[in-house]
Write a protein that binds this ligand. Sequence first.
Ligand code: NAD
Length: 492
Amino acid sequence: MLNQEAIDTLAAQAVAPRGHLINGRMVEGDQRIEVRSPIDGSVLTTIAGGNERDIDAAVAAARAAFEKWSRSGPAFRKKVLLKLADLIEKHALELAVLGVRDNGTEINMALKAEPLSAAGTFRYYGEAIDKVYDEIAPTAPEVLALVHREPLGVVGCIVPWNFPMMIGAWKIAPALAAGNTVVLKPAEIASLSLLRMAELALEAGMPEGVFNVVTGKGSVTGKALGMHMDVDALAFTGSGGVGRMLMEYSARSNLKRVFLELGGKSPNIVFADTADLGKAAKVSASGIFRNSGQVCVAGSRLLVEESIHDAFLEKLAESTAKFKVGNPLQLSSDIGAVSSEDQLSKDLEFVEQAKKEGGAVLTGGKRLLAETGGSYMAPTIVTGVRPEMTLFREEVFGPVLAVTPFKTEEEAIRLANGTDYGLASAVWTSSLSRAHRMVRAIHAGVVHVNTYGGSDITVPLGGFKQSGFGRDKSLHAMEKYTDLKTAWIDLA
Ligand code: NAD
């Protein structure tokens, strides 16, 4: 499916200014926000900047649609979601190219991780919804107690810019499958593919008002959604700071449920007894540098056993040097653009800070391809990172790897758990017992063993500690979007 000519043809097309999608119609909105492409800094198009009125209209449409959608049989919702999955697949390249022009992810990753992953997610929850049963409780025989699972109502979804379709689908698909209606607020620098996806939902037969998209700034549009008195739940992926605000909005409004998927500072632990250090180096480099490190589960802290520290870093630097950073729409690029100039400045600032605090830049640490007008950064490895340093503790969300040596398994565990985060992790070892001990000891939502990354829709994703709560993906995600109701029936 991926061929350069098809990509170039799509990329040459102008992107029309976009409005909100409310109650099945494009609504222009009062304000416009310029969308700049990180590929070359050019203005790609404009999107609407939503205000309280737009959010009110979208929530009212979602509320009005809720009754009918929630009472439609699972078979109907399944049909619509499966059709949407088919349409996303049919338009996959168009959606991927649009998304890449917006956020800069390399196309060979974006196609799979964005539209194709989103299609899979809609298909999974569409398929699931007519296979989940309610319960009959084991009460005394004179009573019949039925435990129903009911949808919550209107779900507000707020998502980030790194993988908008994939992460959006993780929330939208189970929420809709369970019978809720949705108002989605995408990130202002990655709204285009989600708006197109919402159009495809209408084409798939989704009734008007069931899935609405309001674009705009977090502090205005996102806040209005978070504070709304008629939104029943907020499903969020993004930074811890904004996650905290959403909990505050909930407390100050209607106590809506809040589910948070937040950041990470995930440890990737390499023991000296790793069977294939070459593979470990190659996979570790991908695990931090693909999509310019803008991956929530990125292995951004390398903890490496002291006895192999230098040898392993040599292999890692070799693997890193093989990555070609460049225009994300070129199939030859392994790593695309950083999502925005702001993010690039932040990434470079982290490197400067690490140097001031005593870290050494082994490779990278600088801006690339400035002549293109785009935002590109060299994959960066910083060695000698100690636990008290900023780079050890704070999430960069960019292509910057912090390296820390350790001597013993106990020390590795202490270092691994030594941040406020607990999203992902990995352990490289040829000892099965050690692998199991580490899986138990690490406080994180996932522990990879002898690999980094790798997942699918069947397993839950989410964090421990300040990486959030609530899980995306798998059947467990349905728990967030439904409520339990008991019917207690006296049979006597
Ligand atoms: P962000 O928190 O700045 O923004 C996320 C979303 O929140 C955007 O849509 C934004 O417009 C909105 N927002 C911002 N301020 C708001 C406010 N005051 N009220 C309501 N909404 C507001 O995060 P980001 O920069 O878009 O994404 C990067 C962060 O997301 C990183 O911390 C990363 O680790 C995290 N992330 C986590 C996961 C996960 O699954 N755990 C996945 C991807 C990204």
